[in-house]
Design a protein around this ligand. Structure first.
Ligand code: ADP
Length: 449
């Protein structure tokens, strides 16, 4: 087992990792920017190292500083959390060269899945269902037209290096295709320094359903069921649940098995999420994230597994603590992402938290890095916490969520809590009937009202 783990992150996820390390008897090193001197992860860690000024590129993304922090503290492993350097293959390589374990997949697997065309090709080879589309990058407009005619309009032009929904354009007809190609190439080139684009069938009303997988790097892999993350705003997830209200037991078992077998064949190591769009009973792979996800607690709630414990076990060569046949799915869980943002305009709302009270009781979990008197700095993501609620079934979970939302108090800054209080009472949400566009439409309608 590792003796000391450096956590290359901040906020709620740094605390999440720190807690798992404490339980396993591992010392922790926090790193932080000068804007985070008073952050909770710094207060709770055994040691801390300041790695630079507030901007992320100078601190949380500053690889030489983080490696130096490992050296001075004597950390033998790094947990990257999510975001920041968690899917940076070069970071994994550099740690490896310094004899420090990266708690995550191999750099090769990060690289493959970080390139959307390569990821899709790999998924297809491994027997994972993909969205119909071009076999690789399309450089020629004539060829693009031919492919689009074959798969049928509407089509989506996507950037190979894409992320955060950028570099994506819909073309509804042959006439729209060339301008969509041009716009996507231009946006991708500017955002990612790589203008390679590919074509996919555009799905009109899909759900976003993702499968949590775990591999031991030695050819064994399991799945931990799925999460439904269809409630999104600008491609950012807002509310996630496990299991998906749209799937039957059989579909769940089937897609899970397909993903686990694929990961076994790949000899995948660590936690991963295989993301799909789901429409009319069919799954279509869109991408794989080679890290722990923000929404992992809903999976923890229904499986009882600690995913960070598993990540650490696998990284130090102990393998997974469980087998597929031992995993039992129990009840239903929902996570609400609490952002320090205006609930109507979604403009960031940094500042001091004047009152802070978290809900408790059976089946309620709050993962957050903030406290009363804490000042949310303006430099980072606006996620300040997650409320996760578990019940024996979806209706008990909703009932408990309504109660927990009633109890929670975060004053001094604006938060997205009022949005969740509305959603929990909405008939479509209660019925589990929503697709990836539902929330945008709902917000547009509420803005008019
Ligand atoms: P990114 O990495 O930029 O987030 P993804 O491939 O994960 O890109 O897609 C982001 C979102 O874009 C999806 O969650 C979905 O809402 C939408 N999307 C992606 N591919 C398609 C498609 N083929 N049809 C319809 N919507 C899509």
């Amino acid at each position: 087992m590792f003796k000391k783990v450096l956590i290359a992150n901040r906020g709620e996820i740094a605390l999440r990792v720190l807690r798992a390390c404490k339980e396993l008897g591992i010392s922790t090193v926090a790193v932080h920017s000068t804007a985070d001197n008073a952050a909770m992860h710094v207060r709770l860690a055994d040691e801390s190292v300041c790695i630079g000024p507030p901007p992320s590129r100078d601190s949380y993304l500053n690889i030489p500083q983080i490696v130096a922090a490992c050296e001075v503290s004597g950390a033998d492993a790094v947990h990257p959390g999510y975001g920041f350097l968690s899917e940076n293959a070069r970071f994994a390589d550099i740690l490896d060269a310094h004899g420090i374990t990266f708690i995550g997949p191999t750099a090769d697997h990060i690289r493959i899945m970080g390139d959307k065309i390569e990821a899709k090709r790999t998924a297809k080879r491994l027997g994972i269902p993909v969205v119909p589309g071009s076999a690789g990058a399309v450089t020629d407009d004539g060829e693009a037209l031919k492919i689009a005619d074959e798969i049928g309009f509407p089509v989506l032009v996507k950037a190979s290096a894409g992320g955060g929904g950028r570099g994506m354009k819909v073309a509804r007809s042959r006439e729209e295709l060339s301008s969509a190609l041009q716009a996507a190439r231009q946006e991708a080139g500017a955002a990612f320094g790589d203008d390679a684009v590919y074509i996919e069938k555009y799905l009109e009303k899909p759900r976003h359903i993702e499968v949590q997988v775990f591999g031991d790097g030695a050819g064994n892999a399991i799945h931990l069921g799925e999460r439904d993350c269809s409630l999104q705003r600008r491609h950012q997830k807002v509310w996630e649940e496990a299991s998906s209200p749209a799937l039957s037991q059989e579909q769940r078992a089937q897609i899970g098995k397909t993903c686990a077998e694929a990961m076994a064949e790949l000899s995948y190591r660590g936690a991963g999420t295989i993301e799909f769009l789901y429409e009319n009973g069919e799954f279509y792979f869109i991408e794989m994230n080679t890290r722990l996800q923000v929404e992992h607690p809903v999976t923890e709630a229904i499986t009882g597994l600690d995913l960070v414990h598993e990540q650490i076990r696998v990284a130090c060569g102990q393998g997974l603590s469980t087998t597929q046949s031992e995993i039992q799915f129990s009840g239903h869980a929902i996570e609400c992402r609490i952002n320090a943002e205006d609930p109507r305009t979604f403009a960031p709302s940094p500042g001091q938290i004047t009152h802070y009270h978290t809900p408790g009781g059976l089946g309620v979990r709050v993962d957050s890095g903030v406290y009363q008197g804490y000042s949310i700095p303006p430099f980072y993501d606006s996620l300040i916490g997650k409320l996760i609620v578990h019940g024996r079934n979806r209706s008990e979970c909703m009932m408990r969520l309504r109660r927990a939302l009633d109890e929670i108090v975060i004053d001094g800054v604006k938060t997205t809590l009022p949005l969740f209080r509305d959603l929990v009472d909405n008939a479509d949400i209660a019925a589990g009937q929503y697709d990836i566009h539902w929330l945008e439409h709902y917000l547009a309608d509420s803005a008019k009202a």
